[in-house]
Every structure is written in C-alpha cells, then in structure tokens.
Design a protein around this ligand. Structure first.
Ligand code: FE
Length: 321
C-alpha cells in the first residue's frame, strides 16, 4: 500500500443526462456541455449506448485525440488512411486526428441484439502537434495490467500507475492517466496524480462517496488541483459494487476554439481547417475519394475471426487485387 494521498477537493459534480442522438443511440455527455464546456486538456466525455442502424458514419476530426473505451458489444472503425478494425469489450483505441482524419465508427450488429456501450473521451492536442500525422494505437483488454490492492478494490491500469502497478505503453501525445476502478461495498480507494494534471471521474455503475459527498451512478466529478490525488470509498451499506473511471490529463496553456470535431487555438486557424476540409488539402486530400465500407452497417457474421483486421468485404477486395 502506498502512503496516504492528500485528497483533492471537489470543484463540481453533476448527473450526465441521457440525450437521444438519432434512433438507437443514447449518449450521456458530461464534458462538452453547458455545465462543463471543457476541462483542459479534455474536450468531451460521452458514455454511449448505441445499436444498429445507429452509428457514427464518415465524419472528420482535426487537432485532437479521441480515446474510445469499449465496455460491451463490438465496435467497428475505419478511416481514410486505410486503418480499420474491431474493438471488443475492454479494448481501447487511441486516435490522434492531428492535421486531419475522416472515419466511421459503427456498432456491430450482435446476434443477441444487445447494445454497444462504452466511453469516448476527446483530448486536446498541444498546439505544436495540431498538424501532426494522424495515428492510431490500439490497447487490447489483455494488455491492460490489473492490480488488486485488497479484496475490495480492483483497478485496470489503462494508462499511468496505480498501487505500484504501471501501464504498458505511451498511448496519447497529450499525457493522460486513465484508470477503471471496481470497488465493493465497504472498500476504500485512492489514486495519485501529478500536480499539473486536471482530474475527473465518472461513475458507470453503483455509487461512491468522495470526501463524504455521495456520488450516484452517471455522475461526473471534477476536482480542484489542491491535493495529490483522489480519495474515496463505497459505503458499507451500498447494494452493489461500484465501477468508475478516474482520468487525469496534463493541463495545456492554450486557447480552445472548437467547432464540433475541429479543435484549434484561434479563429483564423479554424477558418483554415474548414477551408482545408472543404477543398481536400493540407491533410484532407484523402477525404475526396473516401467512403468507408462499414458506414452502412457491419454484422457479426461479416467479421473475420480474431481481433483484427476488418471484415470479409475488405478481405475480398484484397484477395481480388
Ligand atoms: Fe469520430
């Protein structure tokens, strides 16, 4: 057990209200709302629940990273660089949009009809990296170290270090620590963060207590930077094990100008990004002829066995060549 952490105080907490985003898609957004427009380096957090035919067909991003953590079901992605794959439960995808990317994110139609659920986090890129080449990093569930400091607490160390256990690799350009906690009734937990990180948590299941403030399911909690980390517990009389993510990121000292999935540091640069996207240049060249093969839907039966890559449609195209 590590030494005592001085707890950060709560800046703000609130319920992430479910919004319908078209037929079959429900999103609980916390960051990126009127309550918290952004929380540097974080731009958006969505807890999504999506079933075919809903999905997120071909759309662009610029100047940011997206981190997708799949909780249940299967989620297919494909972009104009040729990258393509499937996320299974417990897998993460770290996508750096950099100067520009166009991609599709589509839930795979499951034979049991169950929805696809997960968390998508948008992270700002440092201004000197806004125009970097797009990049993907996948983190498979089996690559994530799990630490059990006692019989009530289990932590998946997605990125960072928890109870002495470190994650495997650098995944994002902007320094991010990301932990998935499960804490049984009566359990206490703590998680350290560097001083220059902003930190929040989001409760997926159950309820917890932070600095004696009760926090219910689907609430997001934002912290001040006055302590070394986050300290909390699950009340002994709680009915279920709580599951929540605690996420921190290095604060960026730069303006945030955001128009949907385009993120820049000035209005002039934002105007250039719109021009680049509309005229297929400076990173968006490949958008002109790109149409993803998955935008119309992916069935479980279409998937090639194994983690990656892609589906039979693409394999058939490759075999023809
Ligand atoms: Fe996207």
């Amino acid at each position: 057990m590590s030494e005592m952490v001085s707890p950060r105080s709560i800046l703000k907490y609130f319920l992430a209200v479910a919004q319908e985003e078209g037929v079959g898609a429900k999103v609980r957004r916390s960051i990126g709302t009127m309550q918290v427009r952004n929380f540097t380096p974080f731009l958006m957090l969505d807890h999504f629940n999506v079933s075919p035919p809903a999905g997120f067909p071909d759309h662009p991003h610029h100047g940011q990273e997206t981190i997708t953590y799949l909780i249940s079901g299967k989620f297919a992605h494909e972009d104009f660089t040729g990258s393509k794959g499937i996320l299974n439960p417990g897998d993460l995808q770290f996508m750096t949009a950099g100067k520009g990317i166009v991609h599709s994110e589509i839930p795979v139609a499951a034979e049991d009809g169950k929805p696809v659920t997960g968390m998508q986090l948008w992270v700002d890129l440092p201004k000197e990296l806004k125009n970097c080449e797009p990049r993907y990093r996948d983190l498979r569930a089996k690559e994530i170290p799990v630490v059990k400091p006692n019989d009530k607490v289990t932590v998946k160390v997605i990125s960072g270090k928890s109870y002495g256990t470190e994650s495997v690799k650098e995944l994002a350009y902007t320094p991010i620590d990301y932990y998935d906690f499960e804490v049984a009734p009566g359990g206490e937990f703590q998680q350290e963060f560097p001083k220059d990180f902003n930190v929040f948590l989001y409760v997926m299941d159950g309820s917890i207590s932070i600095n004696d403030t009760p926090i219910k399911q689907y609430n997001a909690v934002f912290f001040n930077t006055d302590g070394d980390g986050v300290v909390g517990k699950v009340p002994a009389d709680a009915k279920e094990t709580a599951r929540f993510v605690i996420i921190g990121g290095q604060k960026l000292d730069q303006p945030i100008i955001q128009h949907g999935p385009f993120v820049e540091t000035s209005r002039e640069k934002m105007y250039e990004v719109f021009m680049n996207y509309q005229t297929y240049q400076n990173g968006f060249e490949r958008a002109e002829r790109f149409a993803s093969s998955i935008a119309g839907g992916v069935k479980e039966a279409d998937l090639v066995d194994g983690d990656l890559p892609g589906n039979k449609k693409e394999k058939a195209i490759k075999d023809e060549l």
